[in-house]
Every structure is written in structure tokens, then in C-alpha cells.
Design a protein around this ligand. Sequence first.
Ligand code: FMN
Length: 210
Amino acid sequence: MALLENLQWRYATKKYDPNKKIAQADINNIVEAARLAPTSSGLQQFRIIVISNQELKEKIVPIAYGQQIVADASHLLVFAAWDQYTAERIDTIYDYTTDERGLPRGRFNSYTDKLKNLYLQQSPDKNFEHTARQAYIGLGLAIAAAAELKIDSTPMEGFNNEELDKLLNLKEKGLKSVLMLPLGHRDTEGDWLLSMKKVRNPKEEFAIEL
Ligand SMILES: Cc1cc2nc3c(=O)[nH]c(=O)nc-3n(C[C@H](O)[C@H](O)[C@H](O)COP(=O)(O)O)c2cc1C
């Protein structure tokens, strides 16, 4: 299974070759894999900001506590999720879905009413925890898609979310940053992690068979 080989090949790249850029078609395919991610109730609660502008990537380095990979990578994906649930957001995506499927709007009203009853009485913070979890599904698929294309990536939570939100004006879009994913090609000379063995829990411990 090529996917498993490619997942063995990938690692959380610590040093990128700043001279190696990724073709737009490959970036599009990686973003497409994340777009196809399943989400809770199909609400598609997250978005991806695709950053290739060098100046902007460099502005993000201090926000990422000095992690230079952000600037050296060819592209930076920022995964951002709805800052909260609203009735309008739930209706918008369900109206879009029914329109796309040629169904009458409101076809799923009994279900969306349940979603609204559940989410709208919860705090925005609790709702964001839920929307952010959806972004992680997209992250996993984007990492796998990149590996299939032999493109390196580094999943990143190590940054100041509030500062990044401000820089990217995410609040205006009703979003908050969750994760970043630099994409590029490893610096085969300078990456200390490249030669190290990938370590995971033993298979017999990982899958608990009942
Ligand atoms: C959600 C998440 C956040 C992470 N944040 C960072 C980060 O900010 N900086 C970094 O260098 N690596 C980060 N990593 C990389 C992990 O340390 C790495 O994936 C893990 O040690 C497994 O190694 P591998 O990815 O090389 O197989 C993160 C990984 C995940 C999944």
C-alpha cells in the first residue's frame, strides 16, 4: 500500500530548503484533500488560508516562537475554524447542500433544529473546541496527500493563535486559527530529525482488539 510507505517516508520536517518551491497544482491537490474531509454533521466548519507571500511568512515566524520553518517552507497552510456556531452558519451550509442536491430547502429542518438546540446554548469557547476538532481531520488528510506527492510538511500547534488571528484578520471572517502546516522540501543536509527512526507504539499495543 503506497500510502503506508509514504506515511513512513514523511516526518515533521524541521528544516526546509528555501530554494525549493512547490507547484501550484500540488498545493491545489493538498488543499483539495482537506476540502474533502468529513466533518461533524457535514457543517464544514473549517477553512484553509494558503500563504506563499514571503513577507507574510516572515511576519509569522515570531508568532510561531521563532520557528524558521514557517519562512523557509514554500507554502504555509493555516487551518482556521468557525469561532462559534450560529443558526445562520448552520442554515447556510444546509441550504447550499440541498441546493446542490436538487432538494427543497428545509428538507433537513428537523435535524438542523436539533443542531441549533445543541450548539446555540453552549458557550462560544465550547463550540470552538468542536469546530477546531474538524480542522484536525483536514490536517490529517492534507499531511497524507502531501506525503503521497513526496512533499514535506510539519503539523504545527506551536504559535500564538490570537496574534495570528489578528495578523490574518480572521475575526472578521468569523474564524480562529487552529493549526499551521508548512509545506516544502526537506533540507537533506541540515535537518537533524531526518536520520532519526520514526517511533510509534508497537502495533500490538496500539490496536486494542476485543
Ligand atoms: C497537532 C500537532 C502539533 C505539532 N506542533 C509542532 C510544532 O509547533 N513544531 C514542530 O516542529 N513540530 C510540531 N509537531 C510535530 C510532532 O512533534 C511530530 O509530528 C511527532 O513528534 C511525530 O513525529 P513525525 O511527525 O516526524 O512522525 C506537531 C504535531 C502535531 C500532530
